[in-house]
Design a protein around this ligand. Structure first.
Ligand SMILES: Cc1cc2nc3c(=O)[nH]c(=O)nc-3n(C[C@H](O)[C@H](O)[C@H](O)COP(=O)(O)OP(=O)(O)OC[C@H]3O[C@@H](n4cnc5c(N)ncnc54)[C@H](O)[C@@H]3O)c2cc1C
Length: 458
């Protein structure tokens, strides 16, 4: 028996789930949002926000340590992790409070507890049933490990543990050179740790354009971050004083701790999904482009849906599903048009296709240009290296923008407009970019691609 019926029942209150709930309520639907932990999910409590606070603290540490190069004398006394954590937790707490208020103000029925699908569109929470005319699955993801690699939370840790460390480790092995691995490697290096990244694939950020990986690797090398790419991990041994990680070719690295950052798995087991007929693929919930699962009136959003696991993708999918349920026929989300950012130092930001993907799709009708930030005044002022790489179709639109450098995450907004509006290089070349900004480099790269480079030698 159903205790209550809603237009939409959302299972999971992370980025995907709460965005669905907010938009559905805005559209006048009755909504139940079920969350077993804290609304805001991974992004707010264990992901985007706390990591970026740490990275900002790292930037401050680097500036204090290296201020002499700007003619400013400071003395760097060290990192007080208690203070850093207070700052980080303060940011999260303020945003959490704001989000709770938002949920309340929209008249959403917020249900605290662990939900389980007991009929295709009914969720049970501790014996109370919430029936939906539609159900949206948004149960998110967890830190994965490798077979036989045990996480003890002390010496061998995940990003969740890393965010609550009360000290700066003297040395760290980061297992995995993807976004999360590179961000933690960057922040720990800024805090003064010796960092070694072990990555099985041939390069860091292997899903990015080769140029971006190359530039990041060059910058990391300069910062003293060691990385061993093309080295599959074999085993780790732990002792009272630390860990020793060994790769399959027999090389080993000793450190105080090891962070396991080998990806995130979907939280879909034992939630009644399979029993209710929802098809899973290696634990993920496949959907069609309208985010429908194979069961009528059951949708899925966020990290459980195969694709890039990013908070803003979850937000957009949530808005999409709410509008779809409301009959508004929203435009399908182009996954390649979702910006992707690694907030390390330097930052790496991307939208659209890599050169390799473009060549695979369009053969030799692809043109590229790389604009080095050495020619960009603001980057010189910041003493930051990097580049803008554009991938375009011959006599056609820009299909990929790849950025490496300081503050380039703030450029990805313009980059995504260029990609999503299918702008031609000439369209962007005639827009005036403010001087001196890092953003100007985006304008310069388009001038170069349109055949009229300005600040380019040779
Ligand atoms: C270290 C780290 C850094 C990251 N940085 C970024 C970044 O900078 N930018 C970015 O875009 N993305 C980032 N991400 C990814 C981002 O956090 C996720 O893509 C996003 O949180 C996914 O949202 P979601 O709603 O799918 O899942 P989640 O945020 O994981 O939310 C799922 C929610 O469902 C709840 N839940 C699960 N099962 C049940 C149940 N049975 N009953 C009730 N509730 C349940 C969980 O408690 C959780 O709150 C980062 C992730 C990590 C780990």
């Amino acid at each position: 028996m159903s205790d209550q019926t809603f237009d939409v029942v959302v299972l999971g209150g992370g980025s995907g789930g709460y965005a669905t709930a907010l938009r559905a309520a805005q559209l006048g639907m009755s909504v139940a949002l079920i969350e077993k932990d804290k609304v805001g999910g991974t992004c707010l409590h264990r992901g985007c926000i706390p990591t970026k606070a740490l990275l900002h603290a790292g930037e401050v540490a680097d500036l204090a340590r290296d201020s002499e190069q700007f003619g400013i004398q400071t003395s760097f006394e060290g990192v007080d992790m208690k203070g850093v954590n207070t700052y980080k937790d303060g940011v999260v707490a303020a945003m959490y409070k704001g989000l709770q208020g938002l949920i309340k103000s929209r008249g959403i029925t917020y249900v605290e507890g662990s939900g389980r699908l007991v009929a295709p569109t009914t969720v049970d929470v501790g014996g109370t049933r919430y029936a939906g005319r539609n159900v949206v699955l948004a149960t998110g993801s967890y830190s994965r490990t490798l077979p036989g690699l045990e996480i003890d939370g002390e010496r061998v840790i995940t990003s969740e543990h890393a965010l609550t460390l009360d000290r700066v480790p003297a040395s760290v092995v980061v297992l995995g050179g993807g976004i999360i691995g590179c961000e933690f490697a960057s922040v720990w290096r800024s805090f003064g740790a010796e960092v070694t990244i072990i990555e099985a694939l041939p390069r860091l950020l292997s899903t990015e354009d080769v140029e971006s990986s190359r530039r990041l690797e060059r910058a990391f090398r300069k910062r003293g971050i060691t990385f061993r790419t093309g080295k599959p991990f074999a085993s780790v041994s732990t002792s009272d004083s630390g860990i020793t990680a060994t790769t399959v070719d027999g090389e080993s690295v000793a450190a105080e701790i090891m962070l396991v950052a080998v990806g995130r798995g979907p939280t879909t087991a034992n939630l009644g999904y399979e029993e209710q007929g929802i098809r899973l693929d290696r634990g993920f919930v496949p959907t069609d482009e309208r985010l429908r699962t194979n069961v009528p009136n059951v949708y899925a959003v966020g990290d459980i849906v195969p694709g890039v696991q990013l908070a803003h993708r979850g937000f957009q999918q949530g808005i999409f599903v709410a509008e779809e349920i409301a009959g508004r026929n929203p435009a399908v989300i182009d996954e390649a048009g979702i910006p992707r950012v690694t907030y390390s130092d330097p930052e790496v930001a991307t939208v659209g296709l890599t050169e390799a993907q473009a060549r695979e799709q369009y053969g030799d009708k692809v043109e590229t240009v790389v604009y080095d930030l050495a020619g960009n005044g603001k980057s010189r002022i910041l003493k930051a290296a990097g580049c803008v790489k554009l991938v375009a179709l011959t006599d056609g639109p820009v299909v990929g923008v790849h950025l490496v450098g300081s503050r380039v995450s703030e450029l990805v907004g313009e980059a995504q407009v260029i990609y999503n509006w299918e702008a031609f290089p000439e369209d962007v070349a005639r827009l005036v970019h403010a001087h001196p900004t890092v953003d100007e480099a985006l304008g310069e790269a388009h001038l170069a691609l349109a055949g009229k480079p300005l600040h380019v030698h040779g």
